[in-house]
Design a protein around this ligand. Structure first.
Ligand code: TRP
Length: 457
């Protein structure tokens, strides 16, 4: 094993924080409410939760175990483990997908993170004080109409990501996440309390938790499952890469449960904060990618200490996005680092720059390219901008297929002895449940949902 190439975590809690940081991000606070709103709420949320528990958690444990076994980048680890298990090196395709997915993801993620940056300053300047729903929509529209400003924020976000990744995982980041995560959590609780008091809480809760199965198309099921992978960073390289820096003694199932619990809680809290406000302000849940950026500022404009809470909220949102984006750039840099003569800092800079330039396609999707539908020959993408295509393809194709391959690989091709050792809790009921989920439920459910979702278009 070539573990010396990479540094390892300074402690178990440092790893846990980084993994939770990877999972919790825009996926929970921005993407979850926006796609749950577009897909009718309740039934969609139910499918999402089932996918998290039945497929997401088992695949998370599987990814961490591949990473820890291999001790390398996603490509190196999947190749190493395949060789150790006497399988074809071709399985490193999993590692390649786990590098493609976060690159694609960053191309639109950084645009949205840029909005969070912009909103720190808008909120602090008091732009939203007493603002109406129309007014709030106009502030976001003005930002979207300004490609230069958006490209600037997108640049700052990528620059911050590059600096942190260049410094390596042990930098100040470990410490920063330690107190910022709990603070974000606290602010979300405050927002939920405000939504319960000032919003249409009953309607918001009903929207989120009363399933209307008529809205559950094969397409919606696929999108819900894709969100389960997206929010847990699965098939996205980060977890496998972080797992490679992990010492032997750490229990993967326990760690997995903590990551999944924290991530799911944040998503549900975000939903509970947003939908009561959406209904109280007469907005539509299907408001698209701008949903939280239109809804929450209205609340900040009305609540006591709203300017303070709002500014803090967007700072923490940006930090949450950053702890995810570093886990998206890290797999790329980790791979390049394994090749002689490639220095971490330079690799981070070059890959960050390439991603920034390519990511301009997402920035332009909101203005100059707003009516440019590059894949309009597919019915699904008839009205999809570059941004929408990236958002769809990353989660519902790359991360979904990547997670499917991980399940097959660990469930069927890794020997029982290896998987028992990585699971680390003997081969009792917990292990058997996990093995059942990863061997049968994962591949079958993901395969069927993927095929029906894709062909139903
Ligand atoms: N899980 C993160 C979130 O919810 C996003 C994320 C992390 C991701 N790693 C990824 C997305 C890799 C795509 C690919 O915000």
């Amino acid at each position: 094993m070539a573990g010396q190439i990479h540094e390892s975590w300074s402690s178990r809690s440092a790893f846990l924080m980084a993994a939770v940081g990877s999972a919790v991000g825009l996926g929970n606070i921005w993407r979850f409410p926006f796609i749950a709103g577009e897909n009718g709420g309740g039934a969609f949320v139910l499918v999402y939760l089932i996918c998290i528990a039945a497929v997401g958690l088992p695949v998370l444990i599987a990814e961490l175990s591949i990473g820890r076994r291999g001790g390398l980048s996603t490509i190196g680890s999947t190749r190493e483990v395949a060789i150790q298990e006497g399988r074809s090196r071709g399985w490193q395709i999993i590692g390649w997908m786990a590098i493609a997915a976060p690159i694609l993801g960053l191309l639109f993620y950084s645009t949205v993170a840029g909005w969070a940056f912009a909103y720190i300053f808008e909120t602090a300047a008091g732009v939203f004080r007493g603002i109406s729903p129309e007014g709030s929509g106009k502030v976001l529209a003005a930002l979207h109409a300004d490609p230069l400003q958006m490209a600037g924020w997108h640049f700052l976000f990528m620059a911050a990501t590059v600096v942190i990744v260049a410094k390596g995982i042990r930098g100040g980041l470990e410490k920063a996440i330690n107190w910022m995560m709990p603070l974000l959590f606290l602010l979300l609780l405050i927002l939920v309390a405000y939504a319960a008091w000032a919003g249409d809480f009953r309607r918001g809760v009903a929207f989120l938790f009363n399933p209307d199965f008529a809205r559950l198309t094969p397409q919606a099921i696929l999108i819900a499952m894709g969100q389960a992978f997206f929010t847990l960073s699965l098939g996205g390289g980060g977890m496998m890469t972080y797992g490679a820096y992990l010492p032997k003694g750490v229990s993967l199932p326990r760690t997995g449960v903590v990551i999944v619990a924290a991530d799911t809680l944040v998503a549900i809290l975000a939903g509970l904060a947003i939908f009561p406000l959406v209904f109280a302000y007469g907005l539509t849940p299907a408001g698209g990618p701008g949903l939280i950026f239109v809804t929450l500022p209205i609340a900040f404009g009305q609540m006591p200490l709203g300017t303070l809470f709002g500014t803090l909220f967007f700072i923490l949102l940006a930090v949450a996005a950053l702890t995810s984006s570093i886990s998206m750039l890290e797999p790329v840099v980790s791979y390049l680092e394994e090749h002689k003569g490639f220095k971490r800092a330079r690799m981070a800079l070059i890959s960050g720059l390439v991603i920034w330039v390519a990511g301009l396609g997402s920035v332009l999707s909101f203005n100059i390219w707003a009516e440019f539908y590059p894949l309009s020959f597919f019915p699904l993408f008839a009205k999809a901008r570059v941004f929408d295509i990236l958002n769809y393809v990353t989660a519902n194709i790359f991360m979904t297929l990547g997670s499917l391959l991980v399940a097959v690989f660990v469930g069927w091709l890794m020997s029982r002895a290896t998987s028992v050792a990585e699971f680390g809790m003997g081969d009792g009921p917990a292990y058997r449940l996990w093995r059942f989920l990863i061997r049968y439920v994962g591949p079958l459910a993901v395969g069927i949902i993927f095929i029906f979702g894709i062909t139903s278009l």
